[in-house]
Design a protein around this ligand. Structure first.
Ligand SMILES: NC(=O)C1=CN([C@@H]2O[C@H](COP(=O)(O)OP(=O)(O)OC[C@H]3O[C@@H](n4cnc5c(N)ncnc54)[C@H](OP(=O)(O)O)[C@@H]3O)[C@@H](O)[C@H]2O)C=CC1
Ligand SMILES: O=C1CO[C@H](CO)[C@@H](O)[C@@H]1O
Length: 372
């Protein structure tokens, strides 16, 4: 029988217990494959650090800005080749996996050429501008019997990876809600290509979180998305730095709030509620997160090793190599990624229309949503 104490909706006390051991670290690959890097810009410093961590060799580099390729080669593998064009790099027989780290508009042709050259491909995110193009590339890879994966390296950020593995192991039962709240300062994009992207937050940044939701929800299908963007008072960047998304699933609800104009109080939190338990991750940023697993046995707080940058980059390439070795689809394969992208596209279209959009109905990014 209820007592008046229940009005306080006080949480049940839970004792601290040992955290379950879960294989959340990037896989260790015995049969290491050689890589070629096309597009050697800003983020590829982290690619190279991740590959160094995994013991992988990048043997070829190409960039339209020749000096970018030279810098990466000289820093990480002075024996490597620098090529003037991606065609020359693709003709290098030593290269087995091509890591394509340009912006998405250029990537379609580069991915297609790489697949046709018989190379396995790791594409940077956001994968494509059009779901139809993504489907075509996935089909081409299947036809040519090569693997095409998307570098959603957030999956191997220690906190995300641990929570993903906990859900896969059934530790919290069926997920019934996910709430994500990310407050950070994205004004650093002023002066970069990102500042010219109207849907910077929902397309380029939030894709990591749509992809995390896709992982946490497993085979379940997102139904509809409501999205909104907000130009925040005092922001310096051109694109609206505030964004919200609500994703509907059968039997579950997901909310995401992005405040990219948080000059104070930066915080990244995720709460996942399941039928048998819950997971919580929180910290001041992507690299510093404390995970708690709460079940009827008590609360567990695993001591996690590593950080998103660069472990995530090691995780993404290691999973691709394992998939090649085991002749299976990589878990971050192109077709799976299209589920994450479909949610992001629906959120963007919804923010433009002011009404919820069915996932799958928004097929592409309009040019005016991509560039001012
Ligand atoms: N966590 C993550 O995984 C992160 C992912 N990213 C993603 O990575 C991608 C790249 O970002 P970033 O490194 O900042 O971009 P940059 O602009 O710094 O680098 C891209 C490089 O690719 C070159 N390039 C363009 N076309 C070709 C081509 N056909 N052949 C060879 N080189 C080419 C560019 O040359 P030029 O400038 O002359 O065109 C440029 O030097 C984006 O999609 C971004 O969203 C970014 C940050 C983090
Ligand atoms: O994690 C990230 C940091 O910000 C960049 C600019 O929006 C993103 O591209 C990237 O994925």
């Amino acid at each position: 029988m209820a007592s008046t104490d229940d009005y306080t909706i006080a949480a049940k006390e839970a004792g601290l217990i040992d955290a379950p051991e879960l294989a959340y670290r990037p896989s260790v690959v015995e049969k290491k494959m050689k890589l070629g890097l096309i597009g050697c810009g800003g983020i590829t410093e982290q690619h190279m650090k991740g590959y160094e961590q995994g013991g992988y060799e990048v043997v070829a580099f190409a960039d339209l800005k020749h000096e970018n390729a030279v810098v990466r080669r000289d820093t990480y593998n002075p024996q490597g080749e620098v090529y003037a064009t991606h065609h020359e790099l693709l003709a290098d027989e030593e290269v087995e996996i091509v890591d394509i780290a340009t912006h998405p508009a250029e990537r379609e042709t580069l991915i297609m050429d790489a697949i046709k050259a018989g190379k396995h491909v790791l594409s940077q995110k956001p994968f494509v501008l059009d779901l139809g193009v993504g489907e075509k590339l996935a089909a081409l890879a299947e036809e040519k019997r090569v693997k095409l994966a998307v570098n959603q390296n957030g999956r191997w950020a220690p906190h995300v990876s641990y929570m993903r593995k906990a859900i896969e192991a059934g530790l919290i039962g069926d997920v019934t809600s996910i709430s994500m709240n990310v407050a950070w300062d994205h004004n650093w994009v002023v002066g970069t290509a990102f500042n010219e992207m109207p849907h910077l937050v929902l397309y380029d940044f939030a894709i990591h979180w749509f992809d995390m939701v896709n992982c946490y929800m497993g085979d379940r299908e997102a139904k509809r998305v409501y999205g909104r963007v907000c130009e925040c008072y005092g922001q310096e960047a051109k694109p609206p730095l505030g964004a919200t998304a609500i994703v509907e699933y059968e039997g579950a609800q997901v909310t995401m709030l992005f405040d990219g104009n948080a000059k104070f109080g930066a915080r990244d939190t995720t709460l996942i509620i399941g039928t048998k338990g819950a997971l919580r991750s929180e910290g001041p940023g992507l690299g510093e997160q404390i995970v708690t697993l709460i079940t009827e046995d008590g609360e567990a707080r695993p001591e996690l090793e590593g950080t998103w940058f660069p472990d995530g980059f090691n995780g993404a390439v290691s999973e691709l190599m394992l998939a090649v070795e085991e002749e299976r689809e990589p878990t971050h394969g192109a077709r799976d990624n299209l589920k994450s992208l479909a949610m992001a596209f629906a959120a963007i279209e919804s923010s433009e229309k002011g009404e919820a959009v069915k996932v799958g109905d928004a097929r592409k990014i309009r040019p005016e949503w991509l560039k001012y």
